[in-house]
Every structure is written in structure tokens, then in C-alpha cells.
Design a protein around this ligand. Structure first.
Ligand SMILES: NC(=O)c1ccc[n+]([C@@H]2O[C@H](COP(=O)([O-])OP(=O)(O)OC[C@H]3O[C@@H](n4cnc5c(N)ncnc54)[C@H](O)[C@@H]3O)[C@@H](O)[C@H]2O)c1
Length: 350
């Protein structure tokens, strides 16, 4: 039986990977110390998801391990000698990184180095997939010429109609400290591929979402927006008239891609991975869509100040990823995503 080691296994992406690879018959080991609860308080707590995985996935092993603990990571990887590593543990928020810069860098950059070095020493032939982010491009996407439509911003430049590709500059723009720590990790993952020949892959995520997110105001936009709609809470819109655009991909489609990559790994690869134009929406469009699904009016307030480094319009080009892996495509539509998240919040609030 093949084994996979998944970090951040209590989180949105990690937990989807656990379910997916358990379903494919792999031996699955997860690492998580519930640091999301420490970052975001009780609303960010992920223990519920850990319990769910332990109940639903017989044979799944949880390791209460901190990715910052270098020796602990090297020892665990040494014991398991996994056939693949999926690294999704992270401090995921711009704003929190500014408040806790050492924790942000230690988790995102140093934690990634700890895992890479453990893999190099123990199992250098095992593919290493890293959940990077579109924030490695900083706010440079905001320099693309835009046009304002009734409910969203859109690119006003032919070159970007299909979205932003992997050769977009990651240099000389405002990243936030979070974006900077993720760039450090992204480059390190590529380097362990190029320099040591490890089959590594960076997935520069757009908006990764799904029913297992513990969405909070500072991270997990759709999950949090739908939760607020269901509970009658107020959603704060920060700048850009609420017309800022994100492309949304269901965590299941992320897991499906990782399955494809592990079946035919490549070295030092980088892919943009979001929902593409077909799954893009602005915040205003998300309000109408959720109102249509739940029947609840969205209560929201406008704050006339954009978040630092926020993208005005971000759509991932999926051309390269689909060219390299033609067996992969987006299978969950925006409607699927909204309905599944809404259903999950209803169940969790019982
Ligand atoms: N969700 C998104 O929209 C999005 C977009 C782009 C990129 N990403 C990236 O994808 C990855 C996964 O994101 P997610 O949405 O699943 O986040 P998440 O917060 O739901 O999951 C991350 C998990 O990592 C755990 N963790 C944090 N610090 C840890 C540590 N020191 N040791 C062990 N575990 C620790 C947390 O407790 C949490 O369960 C992250 O790298 C994130 O930057 C996410």
C-alpha cells in the first residue's frame, strides 16, 4: 500500500486530500496542531474536522505535530518514508501576518524548508506537492488595465482574457508579509526540484474553497460569506465597490489534480490553480448567488478602504495545467460550490 503524508490535514485542503487518498486506497498520515484555532480563535478551530476524518476514514493516522519543529518533522518523515508528501499547513492570512510576522514566516517558510529537507534526506524520489498561492504575484495583477462592469471588474487587455499565467512577474510588487513568506517557500520548493531533482510542484491557488473550510473574516472568503448569510451576520466589504473578482475552485478539484500529478510527476513545476473564468465571481455577484440559494437577504456594510495587497480582479489561466494534465478539469461549478458550502454550514450549526 502506498502512503501519503499530508500536512494541515485538519484544514480545508488537507482534509479533502485525506478523504480523497483514503478513498483511493492509500495509507494516509496527517500532521496538524490546530494552529488555525490559535491564529483565528474559536471560529477557526479545526478539531471538528480532525474528528470527522478519524471517524470516516478508518486507518487514517493523525500526528499532533508542528511543522516548525525541525527535528520532529525529520524524525516523523524518517519513520513513515512516505511515497508522497502534500504540504498544506500554513498561516494563510495577509492581515494576520502583519500582526504576527515571526509566526507567519516560521510556519510558511521555515516549516516548508523543514519538510523539504526531511524528504531530501529520507525519500528524495517521493513527489512533494506544495500549496502555494496567487499572492506570490503580489499586487502586480492590479496593474493590468481593467474595465468596470455593472457588478464586477474585468481585464481590459486581450492578453489576460484567459487569465494570469505562471510567467507573470512575482517581483517588485506589494505582497504583504504573508505573500512574502509564501514566495520564500514557493522558490524553495522549486529549488529542491531543480537542484536536488526531487519531483516537486507548486500550486499557486486562486480561491480554494469547499464545505470543509472553517471560514473566518480574515480567511476563507466564500465559506465566511455564506456563513454570514445563513446566520444573519453582517459582511464587511473592503473597497473596490464590492466588484473585486476571485476565481473559485472546490477542494475536491484540487485533490483530483494532485491525484493526476502523483500518477505522472514532473520536476520543479509551477501551476496556477483556480476556478478559471468559468468559476469566477465578484463579491456583489456572490451576494446575489447566495441569496438565490438560501432565500436570505445578505446584510453587508461597505468600508471604503481596500485590504492591503488585495487583488481587484484575479482569474487563473488553466492553460498550462490542462496542457500538462489533460485528464484533469474543473468538475464542480459555482452553483455546486455555493450549495455544498451552504448545506455544510446548516449541518454544522445543528
Ligand atoms: N483557501 C484558500 O483560498 C487558499 C488560496 C490560495 C492558497 N492557499 C494555500 O493552501 C494551503 C491550505 O489552505 P487552507 O485553506 O486549507 O488553510 P486552512 O487554514 O484551512 O488549513 C491549514 C491547516 O494547517 C494547520 N497548521 C497551521 N500551522 C501549523 C503548524 N505550525 N503545524 C501544523 N499544522 C499547522 C492549521 O491548523 C490548519 O488546519 C495553504 O498553504 C494556503 O496558503 C489557500
Amino acid at each position: 500500500m502506498k502512503t501519503i503524508l499530508i500536512t494541515g490535514s485538519n484544514g480545508l485542503i488537507g482534509s479533502e486530500m485525506v478523504k480523497h487518498f483514503h478513498g483511493l486506497g492509500w495509507g494516509v498520515h496527517g500532521i496538524d496542531n490546530n494552529m488555525r484555532g490559535d491564529f483565528f480563535g474559536p471560529q477557526g478551530d479545526t478539531r471538528w474536522n480532525q474528528q470527522r476524518l478519524l471517524t470516516e476514514c478508518a486507518g487514517f493516522t493523525h500526528h499532533e505535530q508542528d511543522v516548525r519543529d525541525r527535528l520532529g518533522i525529520i524524525e516523523l518523515v524518517g519513520q513513515l518514508e512516505p511515497d508522497a508528501v502534500l504540504h498544506a499547513a500554513a498561516q494563510p492570512s495577509h492581515d494576520l501576518a502583519a500582526a504576527r510576522p515571526f509566526d507567519d514566516f516560521d510556519v510558511n517558510a521555515v516549516g516548508t524548508l523543514n519538510l523539504l529537507e526531511a524528504v531530501r534526506r529520507v525519500c528524495p524520489h517521493s513527489p512533494f506537492v506544495y500549496l502555494s498561492t496567487n499572492k506570490v504575484y503580489g499586487d502586480a495583477p492590479n496593474r493590468i488595465r481593467l474595465r468596470e462592469l455593472d457588478t464586477r471588474w474585468d481585464y481590459d487587455d486581450e492578453q489576460y482574457v484567459g487569465g494570469i499565467a505562471e510567467d507573470f512577474s512575482i517581483d517588485q510588487s506589494k505582497h504583504s508579509l504573508f505573500g512574502a513568506s509564501k514566495v520564500a517557500a514557493d522558490i524553495m520548493v522549486q529549488e529542491y526540484g531543480r537542484y536536488f531533482g526531487i519531483p516537486t510542484c507548486c500550486l499557486r491557488g486562486g480561491c480554494l474553497t469547499g464545505p470543509s473550510h472553517s471560514g473566518v473574516e480574515l480567511h476563507g472568503f466564500l465559506s465566511y460569506l455564506i456563513k454570514q448569510n445563513l446566520s444573519g451576520g453582517t459582511y464587511q466589504v473592503y473597497g473596490y465597490k464590492g466588484k473585486q473578482v476571485r476565481d473559485n475552485i472546490h477542494s475536491y478539484d484540487v485533490a483530483r489534480f494532485v491525484e493526476e500529478f502523483l500518477a505522472a510527476p514532473r520536476c520543479a513545476e509551477v501551476y496556477n490553480l483556480g476556478g478559471g473564468r468559468q468559476n469566477s465571481c465578484s463579491i456583489l455577484e456572490a451576494f446575489s448567488r447566495v441569496e438565490g440559494i438560501t432565500g436570505n437577504r445578505m446584510i453587508w456594510q461597505y468600508v471604503d478602504k481596500a485590504r492591503e495587497g488585495d487583488h481587484i480582479c484575479y482569474i487563473s489561466s488553466l492553460e498550462k495545467i490542462q496542457d500538462h494534465y489533460p485528464g484533469w478539469k474543473i468538475s464542480k461549478s459555482l452553483d455546486d460550490i455555493f450549495s455544498e458550502i451552504a448545506d455544510a454550514w446548516v449541518v454544522r450549526s445543528r
